[in-house]
Design a protein around this ligand. Sequence first.
Ligand SMILES: Cc1cc2nc3c(=O)[nH]c(=O)nc-3n(C[C@H](O)[C@H](O)[C@H](O)COP(=O)(O)O)c2cc1C
Length: 143
Amino acid sequence: MSKINVVYWSGTGNTKAMAEKLGEGIKEGGKDPEVTEVSKVKAESLKDEPVFALGCPSMGAEVLEEEDMEPFVAELEQYVQGKQIALFGSYGWGDCEWMRDWEERLKNAGAQIVNGEGITCLNEPEEDTLSALFDLGKKLAEL
Ligand SMILES: Cc1cc2nc3c(=O)[nH]c(=O)nc-3n(C[C@H](O)[C@H](O)[C@H](O)COP(=O)(O)O)c2cc1C
């Protein structure tokens, strides 16, 4: 069974819950989800993976978490040409500028964003978000 990586950062568990639901969908789709907190992964390990998912909440002022996720994504950019990447994350009060910037950044580096945009949710993911993540996981398994 081939694996699909889901790499995330989460401070209070909302984006982690999203990552886990995405992993359930990947499993349902017949692939092996590898759901890992970003500090435990090297960007280089995704170099040969054609499809994977990244999750991070909106932090700072509409930016990625700066200690682990930001440097991870900065390093990853050199490897993403031609890859299909799913994005997701929770936010608290903004208008999802962080997600739009993240999508643009990866597209500019040559990646395709699966479904054209990331999945976002206000604070804790509710049933509609979890269901969308489950479906996205199944889709990733089929790509
Ligand atoms: C230091 C800090 C900065 C934040 N900055 C933003 C922000 O700029 N925009 C926003 O919508 N939410 C912001 N939030 C809210 C988080 O994105 C929100 O609480 C989210 O659900 C956290 O997800 P997590 O549980 O995966 O850590 C911030 C939260 C913290 C702690």
